[in-house]
Design a protein around this ligand. Structure first.
Ligand SMILES: NC(=O)c1ccc[n+]([C@@H]2O[C@H](COP(=O)([O-])OP(=O)(O)OC[C@H]3O[C@@H](n4cnc5c(N)ncnc54)[C@H](OP(=O)(O)O)[C@@H]3O)[C@@H](O)[C@H]2O)c1
Length: 326
């Protein structure tokens, strides 16, 4: 079940556990639930855990240690410094803080969370190389790097992963960055795989989606006050896609999560599908996601169901439309 992750010698599960929700990103969260969710993910066979210093200001990393500190040798951890901390002394301090929070001597994969064009990327990569030589990180990579930023990163360092938003309702990476990742053996760790729950089989209509999550470019900024972008969205096409996906749930007998994750697993450039859960019950469903392997006919139907959304939303990979990627 575990496969070599890109150019690294790490063996990772196809599903990566996303630790952001455990730190309260989606609303009030009991620590006990977060810990049980993490342990449940490990019991379901996941060995790859994704966190960041920004998730609860280090709390997510602390939770990971609390839940799975005794399994440190068996798991692979990716963490991410904030983009404000890419200058040499800040990045070193960030890494030290993360190690302290994780109570670990090393981070397996350290990903630059978002591009920061105010700090020369070559300098940041030089610092990552130093951290790697010191054994504090085993590998490094990037997150939210589009084609141009990734090309710059690839010319300066040994990038082992690009963490990107990728799911049935946000296929922007297919326009260009996906092929660059594939050509350079840089596996994509896709995030928001369940579109923050929209693809978890709970909503029949886009209108039912919680307002604090309906902030992405799929949604019309005039209708959803929490949007930071000023775009019209693609809600009509989005609703049609959601209806079609529900029809496939009925046709196949698979859950919506299995369809959404199975589709991502079928993409060649994807090296890990990140899924976040909130409690032990949700984590139980992860073992099915580890096993799911869709027939080509179903994959094609899911692709066709979301082609119009893809066409309308275009190639901007910043899911929130804040212009942070290129
Ligand atoms: N690099 C980046 O910039 C970046 C940005 C965002 C996320 N990420 C990473 O990606 C991870 C996951 O992405 P995401 O947090 O956007 O969310 P996601 O995985 O797309 O969706 C998580 C939500 O799906 C619902 N869910 C999951 N399993 C379920 C089940 N079995 N039954 C019912 N509902 C279920 C839960 O919704 P409820 O809350 O409604 O229960 C959960 O909060 C994060 O934790 C983080 O590691 C990275």
């Amino acid at each position: 079940m575990k496969k070599q992750f890109g150019k690294t010698d790490l063996k990772t599960s196809p599903i990566v556990y996303g630790c952001m929700g455990g730190a309260g990103a989606f609303g009030a969260q009991e620590e006990k639930d977060s810990i049980e969710a993490l342990r449940g993910a490990y019991e379901a066979g996941l060995n790859f855990f994704d966190t960041a210093e920004a998730y609860g200001d280090g709390y997510s990393e602390q939770l990971l240690h609390k839940a799975l500190g005794d399994k440190r040798q068996d798991i692979v951890i990716s963490s991410k410094p904030r983009k404000e901390n890419f200058a040499e002394t800040d990045l070193i301090a960030s890494c030290e803080r993360s190690l302290k929070h994780l109570q670990s001597d090393y981070i397996d994969i350290y990903l630059l969370h978002w591009p920061n064009r105010d700090v020369p990327l070559e300098d940041t990569i030089q610092t990552l190389e130093t951290l790697k030589k010191q054994g504090k990180i085993r590998y490094y990579g990037v997150s939210n790097f589009g084609k141009l930023d990734l090309a710059d990163a690839l010319s300066s360092g040994d990038i082992v992963a690009n963490q990107l938003p990728y799911h049935l309702f946000h296929r922007a990476i297919e326009f260009d960055v996906q092929s660059l990742c594939e050509e350079n053996n840089v596996p994509i760790m896709c995030y928001s795989s369940l579109m923050q729950g929209l693809l978890a089989g709970k909503y029949r209509s886009l209108d039912e989606f919680p307002v604090n999550r309906a902030r992405t470019t799929l949604f019309d900024h005039k209708k959803w006050e929490e949007c930071a972008h000023s775009r019209p969205g693609a809600e009509e096409a989005g609703q049609k896609a959601l209806d079609d996906i529900w029809a496939l749930v009925d046709e196949t007998g698979l859950s919506m999560e299995e369809l959404a994750v199975g589709w991502l697993k079928s993409r060649k450039a994807v090296g890990g599908v990140i899924v976040g859960t909130r409690n032990a019950e949700q984590s139980k469903a992860l073992s099915k996601l580890m096993d799911v392997n869709l027939e080509q006919g179903i994959i094609d139907k899911l692709t066709a169901a979301t082609d119009e959304v893809k066409a309308q939303l275009g190639s901007d990979i910043d899911m929130w439309g804040k212009g942070r990627t290129r």
